[in-house]
Design a protein around this ligand. Structure first.
Ligand code: AHR
Length: 329
């Protein structure tokens, strides 16, 4: 259905790319200029080191490719992102890159972009399946696979725990793709591996250190830490905030309670080297160059995959020190 609109864009795209482009002009102060494309980027916010690295990567790649990037920080508010997309449509940009803070509620604005003939490329997070025809492609992480990786380590590590593994979970932003999928993938593997476990508590820390710490303090007040085996934090910031709360409660993170985090920032690895956490599932934010290639292909009307995952690894305690110098954010 979007193919039809895209075909039209594709036909004119080469001309766009080779002569002047979109009607927007550069009023953002971000990104490069020249004869490239005008790209609107509605980013989630600046809630984590991951997010900052992602914004930096996209800005640098746009500039290097000679495109003009209109960057809007959504401040973790869907309304702000929807307004940004509407502004991009008004400005008739060549393409819109959206990193949707949550999965639902995008149908109307995506339809408006399609009606205007402007292709939408999702970066990082996805939207609900019902809206799949309204964007062209998504480049980002396979969040369910990240959750499965965390689950595989937990299932192996606690396989011999006859009493049942007691788990606390710090979820990401409620309704976001990484929170939904990291949770689903994790428990899918614990179940398929037959681990005997109990979810003692599971709350959102909104992907921030402050909220992660506050939620962990509540967990500690409500349940104590005795007998809790594992904390699964959906990102580094929440895990690092929780580590502070655990230390302030007089316990030893990484020993009294084992900890898994997702992202793999420098700060996360430093905590790992200090023995304060046990497993890191990488989520890679540095895909700006790849994103520019996808945007160019889409505007050129080339066939693109509906989803392109970025490459990501996993790291246990034996690997933290060697890997730390390689971290880019
Ligand atoms: O969508 C990716 C997630 O968003 C990262 O894991 C997290 O740190 C960020 O806030």
């Amino acid at each position: 259905m979007f193919k039809k609109a895209l075909a039209g864009i594709g036909a004119g795209a080469l001309l766009f790319g080779l002569t002047a482009c979109g009607g927007g002009g550069d009023d953002s102060g971000d990104g490069g200029s020249g004869n490239g494309l005008v790209i609107g980027f509605a980013q989630v916010g600046a809630e984590s080191a991951w997010r900052t690295a992602n914004s930096d990567s996209v800005k640098a790649a746009a500039e290097a490719a000679g495109h003009t990037l209109k960057f809007v920080d959504g401040q973790q508010e869907q309304e702000t992102q929807i307004s940004a997309v509407r502004d991009f449509i008004t400005q008739q940009v060549d393409a819109i890159v959206l990193a949707p803070v949550v999965e639902t509620g995008w149908t109307d604005v995506l339809q408006e972009a399609e009606d205007a003939g402007i292709p939408v490329i999702l970066a990082d997070r996805g939207v609900e399946a019902a809206d799949e025809d309204l964007y062209v492609t998504r480049l980002g992480s396979d969040f369910a696979e990240e959750g499965r990786k965390a689950g595989a380590w937990a299932a192996e590590t606690f396989a011999a725990d006859a009493d049942g593994t007691k788990i606390l979970e710090l979820q990401g932003t409620t309704g976001s793709a990484p929170a939904n999928d990291r949770k689903a993938g994790f428990f899918e593997v614990l179940d398929s591996e037959g681990l005997n476990y109990e979810i003692v508590d599971s709350q959102s820390g909104n992907f921030t250190a402050e909220e992660g710490k506050a939620v962990m303090e509540t967990f500690i007040t409500t349940h104590g830490l005795d007998g809790i085996d594992l904390l699964y934090a959906h990102n580094d910031e929440m895990g690092l905030g929780a580590i502070q709360a655990i230390e302030e409660a007089g316990k030893v993170p990484g020993k009294d309670i084992q900890i898994i985090i997702v992202d793999g920032s420098k700060a996360g690895f430093e905590a790992g080297v200090a023995g304060k956490l046990n497993y890191i599932v990488e989520c890679n934010p540095v895909f700006g160059d790849q994103l520019m290639e996808v945007v160019e292909s889409v505007v050129n009307g080339d066939e693109v995959e509906k989803f392109t995952p970025v490459e990501e690894g996993v790291f246990d305690a034996t690997q933290f020190e060697a890997e730390l110098p390689n971290r880019q954010f």
